[in-house]
Design a protein around this ligand. Structure first.
Ligand SMILES: [Ca+2]
Length: 457
């Protein structure tokens, strides 16, 4: 009888032992902070040596000096929403049929396991601040998809920076619309900093997705007055960037003040290139947002982990899809039943190990007509069927189209892209995967007789 009692007592204690062990395992796990700027120009940060002189981002410059600066950091989409779908899943968003902003913005399928859902079971406190753009209505809320705390907006890609209590486009805390005051960029920084302060004693995941510097061009007047470029749009854009830089400075300062800076793995990217029409500068890259030239898909990209990564530069291609697998590797989390990531753990690369060959792919689907592939330094880019071939090692600005002189390279890269595209799902909003293709499932075009009437089939 006594032994039975002892066994029963031990069984009762087992969960406590298990939870204590889990608690012990959690100690030392890095905090993960993912900061996403919106539509930020490649050269509109001080840590790009080719920035125009009027750019003012001192906090990002200080962060870069403590980071690995990824000079060939890409995103998986040339507009907001597709990139975010890829970031949240670590997989090409095209695998879900999400090629365009309209497709991804209509809703990242709820069946997909996303970033916070990998971290929450490992004991992380999770929070999302700012722009979601992966589903327009509350059933798509990040608060229902693994984020413990949410402060931000759902609807479209943009939000007014001053009207924070518009019932037509609410700011949500969790799933509830709230009445707010202030400048949205400031508020997002404040909220992220407050979350970090509250959760400093446990590992946390913060996804801070600024809508800055996306349209509408709005900034406090006193901030705009600090810029005098001769271009009113650019003055406002720079003021928006400065305000975001201030908010990032506040988050970094809070991590330091709370004693968690050393063991925080922080990523900073823009979701796509800067829109030239709004005065963004992507030098020395060609093009901008909405394009698969480098200016649309190569972005400011920092990775900072003071305890583990020596500051410096990475000259090998990396992509936003790598962020989730890298964060999981850093946290020692093995995804139990995940679909295979397209992204890779880039910690070895960031520590200076040699890069492994990899190919990167982009596609905005048939409706927009852009696609691209990068293999080594070669890049093939297509706009509505018009091909351009570039050697990025010699021509980062994509000025010299080599497609006429290197047709074999065009064929090789086209084949690579075709192979990749064949693995991707059909666009959820219909149409072909590639410009000029018929919509999948469409009846084949009817053959016409010589007199122009449709033949019976
Ligand atoms: Ca964007």
């Amino acid at each position: 009888m006594r032994s039975r009692i002892v066994v029963a007592a031990l069984l009762l204690l087992l969960p406590l032992v298990a939870s204590a062990q889990a608690g012990a395992a959690i100690v030392g796990k890095p905090n993960i902070v993912v900061i996403v700027a919106d539509d930020l120009g490649y050269a509109d940060v001080l840590f790009n040596p080719q920035h125009p002189k009027e750019v003012t981002t001192p906090n990002l410059a200080a962060l870069a000096s403590q980071s690995v600066v990824c000079r060939q950091g890409y995103v998986s989409g040339h507009v907001c929403s597709p990139t975010r779908a890829g970031l949240m899943t670590g997989r090409y968003q095209q695998r879900l049929g999400l090629y365009t902003g309209g497709e991804a913005g209509s809703g990242l399928p709820l069946s997909e396991k996303i970033f916070p859902q990998f971290f929450k079971p490992a004991g992380y406190a999770t929070a999302q601040f700012g722009k979601w753009h992966l589903g327009p209505t509350p059933e798509w809320s990040p608060a229902l998809r693994g984020f413990d705390e949410v402060f931000g907006f759902l609807g479209r890609g943009a939000h007014d920076y001053f009207k924070l209590n518009d019932p037509e486009d609410p700011i949500y805390r969790g799933t509830k619309p709230v009445q707010e005051m202030g400048y949205l960029t400031d508020r997002l920084g404040d909220e992220a900093a407050a979350f970090i302060t509250r959760h400093k004693a446990e590992p946390f995941l913060v996804y801070l997705a600024f809508n800055a510097v996306h349209a509408p061009l709005q900034a406090p007047e006193d901030e705009i007055a600090k810029f005098n470029t001769g271009n009113a749009n650019r003055n406002t854009l720079l003021a928006m960037g400065k305000r975001m830089d201030d908010a990032i400075g506040k988050v970094v300062a809070t991590l330091k003040q709370q004693g968690v800076w050393e063991n925080t793995l922080l990523f900073f990217i823009s979701d796509n290139g800067g829109p030239l029409a709004q005065g963004a500068v992507n030098a020395p890259l060609r093009g901008g947002k909405h394009q698969d030239y480098e200016g649309g898909i190569r972005v400011p990209f920092l990775v900072c982990w003071p305890a583990q990564l020596k500051p410096g530069e990475c000259q090998s291609p990396v992509i936003s899809l790598d962020i989730l697998p890298t964060a999981l590797a850093a946290a020692g989390i093995v995804p139990p039943d995940a679909k295979p990531f397209d992204g890779k753990n880039i910690l070895p690369l960031l520590r200076g190990e040699p890069a492994q060959p990899r190919n990167l792919f982009w596609s905005a689907g048939g409706t927009e007509g852009w696609w691209a592939v990068r293999s080594g330094d070669w890049k093939l880019v297509a706009e509505k069927g018009r091909l351009g071939l570039f050697d990025l090692g010699k021509d980062v600005s994509e000025k010299n189209d080599l497609s006429a002189t290197s047709p074999e390279k065009v064929a090789e890269l086209t084949k690579l892209h075709d192979g990749w595209l064949a693995e991707m799902a059909n666009p959820v909003h219909g149409g072909g995967k590639r410009f000029g293709q018929a919509a999948p499932g469409d009846a084949p075009a009817k053959k016409k007789k010589k007199d122009g009437k449709a033949a019976k089939q």
